[in-house]
Design a protein around this ligand. Structure first.
Ligand SMILES: NC(=O)c1ccc[n+]([C@@H]2O[C@H](COP(=O)([O-])OP(=O)(O)OC[C@H]3O[C@@H](n4cnc5c(N)ncnc54)[C@H](OP(=O)(O)O)[C@@H]3O)[C@@H](O)[C@H]2O)c1
Length: 234
């Protein structure tokens, strides 16, 4: 059996990934605060803003379940604090965004790497963003989280040469996250109009099409060769 652990599985890209990963030879575990009743996968209702709890749950589960032909961790969950300048962002929202976006992937990766050493093929796919590579005013914490994921991936690839590690920007996807960006207050968020234009110009990909492209990327024989990657250039 092939194991897939996908965070942010309740909606958006994560839900589409889980749906497309469900196959007879796959064990798929989704992690999010809410379960998605449409998904026929095991789902853990966990708040990744409490990453230690989530990592300990994964650690206990991996210790009790082994013998996998391959194991893949997809750190997909992210939380966007209300778009606006850092100085005006709610402190608790900011803290949650940093913990969900960067602390949780770091702790989950740590547990995954330590508990799957006997699995012949292992991959960590971090879902990054173009904003990890291009700074944007109004989303400083999100930019920092995604740049952090990119660099975490580079360092992990050095530590774990036998594990495929990629930080992948998935392109612009028609999900709740985009709704949040284009409905933000333009007085606080200078790029709001650009996000409205992307939607109006039909430039958003569906979550389903993006998930299919991400999963094609995941099975590429040279997965991990290019650690910081962009699906639009794949
Ligand atoms: N949409 C885009 O245009 C775009 C562009 C570049 C990169 N990305 C990246 O692609 C990934 C997926 O984005 P998306 O657009 O699908 O986002 P989304 O629609 O906002 O979905 C986010 C997912 O993360 C989960 N999540 C949020 N806070 C959580 C928490 N505290 N604990 C556990 N799970 C939590 C949500 O589940 P619950 O709310 O049920 O917890 C949901 O399943 C993210 O990493 C995002 O940064 C997206």
């Amino acid at each position: 059996m092939h194991l897939y652990i996908v965070t942010g599985s309740s909606r958006g890209l994560g839900a589409a990934l889980v749906e497309q990963l469900i196959q007879p030879e796959h064990t798929v575990i989704g992690i999010a605060r809410r379960s998605n009743p449409a998904l026929k996968a095991e789902q853990w209702a966990l708040d990744l803003a409490e990453p230690l709890r989530a990592a300990e749950r994964l650690q206990a589960w991996l210790r009790a379940n082994n013998g996998w032909a391959s194991a893949t961790l997809i750190n997909n969950a992210a939380l966007l604090s209300a778009p606006g300048p850092l100085a005006a962002t709610d402190l608790a929202d900011l803290s949650a965004a940093l913990r969900v976006g960067l602390e949780a992937p770091t702790l989950l990766s740590r547990v995954f790497l330590a508990e799957t050493t006997s699995v012949p093929q292992r991959r960590i796919l971090n879902i990054s963003s173009g904003l990890g590579r291009r700074a944007m005013a109004g989303s400083a914490a999100y930019c920092a989280v995604k740049a952090g994921l990119d660099h975490l991936s580079r360092a992990l690839a050095l530590e774990e040469p036998a594990v495929g590690v990629v930080s992948l920007a998935p392109g612009v996807i028609d999900t709740d996250m985009q709704t949040r960006l284009r409905s933000a207050d333009p007085a606080r968020f200078p790029e709001q109009a650009r996000f409205q234009g992307l939607k109006q110009g039909g430039q958003l990909q569906t979550a389903e099409a993006t998930a299919a492209a991400v999963l094609r990327y995941l099975v590429k024989p040279d997965f991990g060769q290019n650690i910081v990657a962009d699906i639009r250039e794949a």
